[in-house]
Design a protein around this ligand. Structure first.
Ligand code: SF4
Length: 165
């Protein structure tokens, strides 16, 4: 069976970041090729309707508080983009489900994809431990997450997660 993994599109070289750039990770792409794993790229922010230069965005508190409407994802001017982030998160989940994907490699620190750290909502480049909105939704739906600097752990995960091989 073909093995697939969900990957933040900016790690694959797509210029989908808020600053119009990418975060191409050559080591990750080599690793996936070598292990015959097909990356399925997603950019949750684009899926949520946020294309081109935008943001940056941050949120205070937990991603569950964003989903519950207790706090918001905002840009640096204070505008509320929560609906875009939630739409993008469920868009990414839908793509994972269509492809029967159980594992994801996501860009660290992003308010969408961060699966280890995110910025703390102060726009002062201060990180906190925690998940971005998409990472939270994927994890709640039993997709195992790896940040872009943990991708080498994927090999053993593919052996241990049913349906991920
Ligand atoms: S939302 Fe995710 S895939 Fe899109 S630019 Fe941000 S980190 Fe990359």
């Amino acid at each position: 069976m073909e093995r697939k993994v969900l990957v933040s599109y900016c790690l694959l070289g797509k210029n989908c970041r808020f600053d119009g750039k990418n975060r191409f990770n050559a080591g990750l792409v080599r690793f996936l090729n070598k292990n015959k794993v097909k990356p399925v790229g997603v950019c949750p922010e684009e899926l949520g309707g946020l294309k081109g230069k935008r943001g940056p965005f941050e949120f205070k508190g937990r991603p569950s508080s964003v989903i519950n409407g207790k706090t918001a994802v905002r840009d640096i001017k204070g505008a509320d983009f929560t609906a875009n982030f939630i739409k993008g998160a469920y868009g990414a989940l839908s793509i994972a489900r269509k492809n029967r994907i159980r594992l994801a490699i996501l860009k660290s620190k992003s308010p969408s994809c961060g699966c280890d750290y995110t910025y703390n909502g102060s726009f002062k480049k201060i990180v906190k431990k925690g998940l971005g909105i998409t990472a939270y939704i994927l994890k709640k739906n039993k997709i195992r997450l790896f940040s872009d600097n943990q991708y080498k752990k994927l090999r053993s995960a593919m052996c241990n997660v049913p349906g991920a091989r």
